[in-house]
Design a protein around this ligand. Structure first.
Ligand code: HEC
Length: 156
């Protein structure tokens, strides 16, 4: 993690040198968001194999395949594009049942970063994945395994 921070900082300096360092940072790189590591960008280069390994943290509680059973947590097949808290046969807390959250990749990114902050009062015992690139790897794997058809953020 430290290494990748250093790498990003290093690349910024390098770009700065190469481009003559106009002053305004990344005026063209990400016009619609201030965050340099937007989930949509990260997904494009996500490491699905790495995501599969990360899913080891989830699989005690979640199955992914169509018709898979609910465990401690709900089956996640078809989760992308669906409103939170709708899996048949699973008893959700009000935090998930009563929210308007739809599981876009952006919502999923926020949830997996820190579930307790994203939907306070939920019952998913998971601290979160801090690293944005690691979340993207995991989300890419989830998409592949849950029939998501690579929904883009904000697509209908
Ligand atoms: C200790 C068990 C546990 C672990 C570990 C866990 N979850 Fe959950 N998860 C739950 C529970 C329980 C809920 C329902 C929470 C509620 O109703 O408040 C849930 C809900 C969810 C939902 C919302 C589903 C829906 O239909 O609204 C998603 C998405 C999800 N988990 C993904 C993950 C991912 C990805 C991981 C691994 C990084 C993970 N979870 C780790 C137990 C767990």
């Amino acid at each position: 993690m430290l290494m990748s921070r250093l790498f990003v900082a290093g690349s910024a300096v390098l770009i700065c040198i190469l481009s003559g360092c106009g002053g305004e940072q990344s005026a063209t790189a990400s016009p619609d968001t201030a965050a340099p590591l937007a989930i949509s960008d990260l997904l494009a280069s996500a490491d699905i194999k790495r995501g599969q390994t990360m899913f080891f943290q989830c699989r005690a509680c979640h199955s992914l395949e169509e018709g898979g059973m609910n465990k401690v947590g709900p089956n996640l097949y078809g989760v992308f594009g669906r409103k939170a808290g709708l899996v048949p046969g699973f008893v959700f807390t009000d935090a998930l049942k009563n929210t308007d959250v739809v599981w876009t990749v952006e919502a999923m990114d926020g949830w997996l970063a820190r579930p307790s902050d994203f939907l306070p009062g939920n019952r998913m015992v998971f601290v979160g994945v801090k690293d944005a690139r690691e979340r993207a790897n995991l989300i890419a794997y989830l998409q592949q395994e849950t029939g998501a058809n690579n929904l883009l953020p904000d697509s209908d």
